[in-house]
Design a protein around this ligand. Structure first.
Ligand SMILES: CSC[C@H]1O[C@H](OP(=O)(O)O)[C@H](O)[C@@H]1O
Length: 351
């Protein structure tokens, strides 16, 4: 087993009571950190995609909620449990699709309401945020092992978007499986599509894999179908932002297309996500809120206008889509693996 080195990068770090976020808008060219010391700055960092990726967003929100409780105690000690809600609401509204955000805020709020009203909540709230962070690191390792065990030796894999150390607290979800399976000698070739318009694949996944010394071939998003038809890919392995109770999966735009192509060409489709990404309150994927972002993300690439787009041209920019459960072969979580996900098999994860 080759040692898996993913310590080369961390999306978030806690240093001297400050949440340090690696600004992913500037990668891979610049490694610049944004320091957050209150709930509002964390919410802005999430909304602006300084930090992104469902689990990483949840972890950042947990620290943001701890800041909200601390500042409510400092400024309104007599009613801090009520006053902190403004900060939590700002965090909740920062991005709509990744349920890890709401999950983390609900967990932090539940703790706050159990704490004594007349005592400083900071120590316990910060400890809970650290627990959220550390649990994600452990979950990444477990999912890496469970997912890798499903991949037969000599497999080619295709991944979409970025699901590595930049999207989580540790090894990654889908990229954690790829790292683990590569280290086990199970993968012969890794493909990553660029993932327009934000380029999480070409800017982030390629950077992470290069840092690990794992060779990767980039492709334009539209090349996925031809690649799968060529027979070079045995698995498409992706993350998730929200999984409904029946196994429908919301993930980066383009995931649904990849799932359709995979089914057409006999390629297996694996979704890797911690249970903090599963929303059992939603019966199916139809109710998952899909975030749309500004037209400039489509019309420009890396901040430069994409020539020759004429002036006055608009854009349609939903940044997630929903893959129906029937197109998903397996969902890998830290508590179990679901083959052929449906409402019944998903519910068994929580028994
Ligand atoms: C580890 S799951 C990361 C998940 O989040 C990404 O979206 P975004 O970069 O907009 O935060 C993408 O959907 C990934 O699959």
């Amino acid at each position: 087993m080759v040692a898996i080195s993913h310590d080369t990068v961390r999306a978030l770090e806690w240093v001297d009571d400050t949440l340090r976020l690696l600004d992913q808008r500037l990668l891979p060219g610049q490694e610049v950190y944004v320091d957050c010391n209150d709930a509002s700055s964390v919410a802005t960092a999430i909304a602006d995609m300084v930090v992104r990726g469902a689990p990483a967003i949840g972890i950042a929100a947990a620290y943001g909620a701890a800041f909200a409780a601390r500042d409510a105690w400092r400024n309104h000690a007599e009613s801090w449990q009520k006053q902190m809600m403004q900060g939590l609401e700002e965090l909740r509204c920062s991005r709509p699709t990744a349920v890890n955000l709401a999950w983390a805020l609900q967990r932090m709020h539940k703790l706050a309401m159990t704490l004594p009203a007349a005592a400083d909540p900071w120590p316990q709230m910060l400890a809970e945020a650290h627990a959220v962070h550390e649990e994600d690191v452990a979950a990444n390792r477990r999912m890496g092992r469970s997912g890798a065990a499903l991949i037969h030796s000599g497999s080619g894999v295709l991944t979409h978007c970025n699901t590595g150390s930049l999207a989580t607290g540790g090894l990654g979800t889908a990229l954690g499986v790829i790292r683990t399976a590569w280290a086990d000698g199970r993968i012969s070739r890794v493909f990553a599509d660029e993932t327009r318009p934000w380029l999480q694949g070409s800017r982030l996944t390629a950077w992470e894999l290069a840092a690990d010394g794992i060779p990767v071939d980039l492709l334009v998003d539209g090349a996925g179908a031809a690649l799968m038809r060529s027979g070079a890919v045995d698995w498409v392995i992706v993350g998730a932002d929200r999984i409904a109770a029946n196994g429908d999966v919301a993930n980066k735009i383009g995931t649904y297309s990849a799932a359709l192509c995979a089914r057409q060409h006999g390629v297996r489709f694996m979704v890797v996500a911690p249970t903090s990404t599963i929303d059992m309150q939603l019966a199916d994927g139809e109710q998952i809120p899909i975030e749309s972002r500004g037209a400039e993300e489509v019309l420009a690439a890396g901040g430069q206008r994409v020539a020759p787009v004429a002036e006055g041209v608009g854009a349609w920019n939903p940044v997630f889509d929903v893959t129906p459960a029937e197109l998903v072969d397996v969902i890998v979580t830290e508590v179990g693996v679901v083959h052929g996900p449906d409402a019944e098999s998903m519910a068994r994860l929580f028994e």
